[in-house]
Design a protein around this ligand. Structure first.
Ligand SMILES: *Cc1c(COP(=O)(O)O)cnc(C)c1O
Length: 389
């Protein structure tokens, strides 16, 4: 059996025809930018996230950049965030001229450790940028309380977390602004790039919309240096077909996650994701990330394989899974603070010990709504077999 880490094949056979009809209709309309599909999608998103406004744009990265710019964050400002994320989180901060300040993560949920924020605040700190990584929502009550005490803005990176909630309230509705991505592998994916922001602040929504269209509040009057960042009608049309299925897909992801958790909890060599023991957590399972604990692979060590602390133990496990047909991805092998592009920020190996250790141990098991029961069982059995459990 060959199992991909992610596949759209089943989804395309399920709703492909419906999408094709919509695409043809939009294509023949000749209206490609700023039409009814975009307007409907923005409404659908705002209603899903329970915010007053939503503004669509070209990507999740742009959503973060537009949010930072609209909050007047730039040169000489600092933004506190996590180094354990997709690079775009920090890249957006740097793109507006500000400096990302990374704090270490909580090893239980891989999210920024809220206890470390206070120490990271300086007179230059303007905002906190939490990432609801893999779909796990960060404790927004605590985070907002810290932000309010210190007069900081909050920009939620919800790129992996559409469908996640904290205490029953959707992520993206707590901070000053929520940023979403519709990259194809996200929980709600377009057929290309797409993004959006959500907010309850009318002026902020207005500023973001203007920035996304060349800083142009009125036709051919440009009050700011902005961007060309729009969701187009074709992508919005696809998202409109998909968004009404999102709840069902999230439920399917949750069922798969529960199945993994129930059947792998006795495998001592791996650390499962901290699941919803916490009733406040509404997890949307964009990724199912386990950790291969140090030296755990030893039992099944191929001849001559050296087991050393570092990523080799995990890498060996990945190779063995692949040999047996289970294909996986590492989110993320290198923390952002150790990326070559950030060598000038002054971080070094050891700066964020938990983040660095976790990067060496994580591996994401296949999870997507259409992953069949038989495939799930095969993945579970293969892992048990590798660890001889
Ligand atoms: C995907 C992602 C982004 C960027 O979204 P794009 O639409 O690819 O630009 C930002 N942050 C996180 C955590 C992501 O996973």
């Amino acid at each position: 059996m060959q199992i991909p880490p992610f596949s759209l094949e089943a989804q395309i056979s399920d709703i492909g025809e419906e999408i094709e009809e919509v695409l043809i209709r939009v294509f023949r309309s000749g209206k490609y930018i700023g039409g009814q599909e975009v307007a409907s999608f923005e409404q659908a998103l705002a209603s899903k996230i329970q915010t007053s406004y939503s503004v669509s744009c070209n990507s999740g990265t742009d959503a973060l950049i537009l949010a930072l710019r609209a909050l007047n964050i730039g040169e000489d400002d600092e933004v506190i965030t996590s180094s354990f994320s997709f690079f775009a989180t920090a890249e957006a901060i740097s793109s507006v001229g500000a400096r990302p300040v990374f704090i270490d993560i909580d090893p239980e949920n891989y999210l920024m450790d809220l206890r470390l924020i206070d120490k990271a605040i300086t007179p230059r700190t303007k905002a906190i940028l939490p990432v609801h990584l893999f779909g796990y929502p960060i404790d927004m009550d605590k985070l907002i309380a810290i932000a309010e005490q210190n007069n900081l803005k909050v920009i939620e990176d919800c790129a992996q977390a559409i469908g996640s909630s904290w205490r029953g309230k959707p992520v993206g509705s707590f901070g000053d602004v929520g940023c979403f991505s519709f990259f194809p592998t996200k929980n709600l994916g377009a057929a290309g790039d797409g993004g959006a922001i959500t907010t309850n602040d009318f002026d902020l929504a207005k500023r973001i919309r203007e920035l996304a269209i060349h800083g142009m509040p009125k036709r051919y009057v440009h009050t700011k240096i902005g961007y060309n960042s729009r969701l187009d009608e074709l992508q919005a049309a696809i998202l409109n077909v998909k968004v009404i299925r999102l709840n069902k897909w999230i439920k399917q992801r949750q069922e798969i996650a529960n199945n993994y958790i129930n059947n792998l909890s006795f495998v001592e060599a791996i650390k499962l994701p901290s699941n919803s023991l916490n009733n406040n957590v509404g997890h949307s399972w964009n990724q199912f990330v386990i950790r291969i604990l140090d030296d755990s692979f030893v039992k099944n060590k191929p001849e001559n394989a050296e087991i050393v602390v570092g990523s080799e133990n995990r890498d060996l496990f990945k190779t063995e899974l692949q040999r047996l047909g289970v294909n996986t991805i590492i989110y993320y092998p290198i923390p952002i603070h150790l990326q070559p592009a950030y060598k000038d920020l002054g971080y070094k190996a050891g700066s964020l010990p938990i983040t660095e250790k976790v990067c060496n141990q994580v591996i994401s098991l296949p999870i997507f709504p259409e992953l069949e029961t038989i495939q799930q069982s095969y993945i579970i059995d293969t892992i048990k077999r590798i660890f001889k459990e």
